[in-house]
Design a protein around this ligand. Structure first.
Ligand code: PMP
Length: 421
């Protein structure tokens, strides 16, 4: 296994480290699912900006529209003013995404990053219910702002900022050491029993697939049960679709397959289509109770991001893209089941669509890091997530072609095989 020397980078550093320990090189260009460093070495991207590059790097269709926008001196910053770019996005989003799914959501721009959408959703849930606590889940990740941290089920992230878990951190959906505990039943009991001392929460926030938490896919029945529980108790259900939304699971929204409609949905990362900062909350109309100036911000809605986002929605006009994702997903799952898993019985895999995790925990704490580093040395970028960072997360752009996906998988297989030997 090659050891990577990062000391060469230290000479450029002043106070805060800005190079990336996991992928110690200087990247300069990118196209589709390939990144190139300054020496023109190509790397296959199984990371995709943690879900910010679902349509690939420098997507040519989107780039063209952005260039035309820049060339014609249109608005670059509009604060809360209405602009052509904002209107086009809203019209198109309604037409291509919301209306066909019969989702009546209103769109609130937050910005510029995912955590801003989470903050807005938490604030709004507290405002409309008049309650304060929020239920979140072990292993959940909702951003590193103070509110986001308070619902992030990861003690290490919170410890750094001294943020206590201000809200009830609850049981995850059935998995791991708590798999035997029926979390829905337990929640129902404490919420119904007036002597339980359990305050009714304003909201429940969840990811349908915990991504940073280690790729745990919530079962459909569990999601449906949670929706019913929220209905019975007047709890706002927030789906954080920041990482696994925008097509990652094969559908535009990750919750579609379960047939549930959350009250609030947070979106960011790939919504702008081009890696530009953009974040929003989708709000059921009855919950749109913001008063003027209650939740503002200078960079709510980046105009270029609106333009990229509008162009990206072309992918969703028909079901062709969704079908292509399913085909790639099938290829990836088949590889994992038939080529990777048989390498060692201690390996486990979890996932859906084009987000999969390979859990190396049983191989000891050093395995996932060594494998990630050697993948990088072999030209494959793949990130670690989950407890002890023991899970390699496979998250290529959704536009990756089948041959490149196969090539990345072959590197991974060969590296794991060598590690095990
Ligand atoms: N929610 C989820 C599910 C995420 O994956 C992330 C980012 N990894 C965030 C929220 C926070 O987004 P950001 O880093 O853009 O603030």
């Amino acid at each position: 296994i090659t050891t990577i020397n990062t000391t060469a980078f230290d000479q450029y550093e002043s106070n805060v480290r800005s190079y990336c320990r996991s992928f110690p090189t200087v990247f300069r260009q990118a196209q589709g699912a390939l990144l190139y460093n300054e020496q023109q070495r190509a790397y296959i991207d199984f990371f995709a900006g943690a879900g910010a590059l679902n349509y690939g790097h420098n997507n040519p269709q989107i780039k063209q529209v952005l260039l035309e926008y820049l060339e014609s001196d249109q608005i670059m910053h509009g604060l809360d003013m209405y602009t052509s770019a904002k209107r086009s996005f809203l019209e198109r989003f309604n037409q291509v995404i919301l209306a066909p799914r019969n989702l009546p959501y209103k769109v609130q721009f937050c910005g510029p990053t995912g955590a801003n959408a989470v903050e807005a959703a938490l604030k709004l849930a507290r405002k409309v219910t008049g309650r304060t606590s929020v239920i979140s889940f072990m292993g959940g990740y909702h951003g590193l702002s103070l509110g986001g941290l308070a619902v992030t089920g990861n003690a290490d992230h919170r410890a750094a900022a001294g943020v206590p878990l201000a809200h009830t951190n609850f049981l995850p959906y059935p998995r791991g050491p708590l798999a035997a505990i029926d979390s829905l039943n337990y929640l129902e009991t404490v919420l119904t029993d007036t002597h339980s001392g359990f305050d009714k929460p304003a909201a429940i926030i969840l990811e349908t697939i915990q991504a940073e938490g280690g790729i745990y896919v919530a079962p459909t029945e569990w999601l449906q049960g949670l929706r019913h529980l929220c209905d019975r108790h007047g709890i706002v259900l927030i789906c954080d679709d920041i990482q696994v939304g925008c097509g990652r699971t094969g559908s535009f929204f990750s919750f579609e397959d379960a047939g549930i409609v959350p009250d609030l949905v947070t979106l960011s990362k790939s919504i702008s289509g081009y890696g530009l900062p953009m974040a929003l909350v989708l709000i059921k109309p009855e919950y749109d109770q913001w008063q003027p100036a209650e939740h503002t911000g200078t960079f709510r809605g980046n105009q270029l991001a609106f333009v990229g986002a509008t162009a990206a929605l072309d992918y969703w006009q028909t079901d062709t893209f969704s079908k292509a994702i399913h085909t790639l997903a099938q290829q990836l799952e088949t590889f994992l089941q038939t080529q990777l898993l048989p390498l060692d019985q201690r390996l486990t895999i979890r996932g859906k669509g084009l987000v999969w995790g390979i859990d190396f925990a049983e191989l000891g704490p050093a395995a996932s890091k060594a494998i990630m580093q050697e993948c990088f040395a072999q030209g494959l970028i793949i990130e670690r997530v989950g407890r002890g960072d023991s899970v390699l997360k496979i998250m290529p752009p959704l536009t990756i072609d089948s041959a490149l996906l196969a090539q990345g998988c072959a590197i991974l297989q060969q590296v794991v095989q060598t590690y095990l030997a």
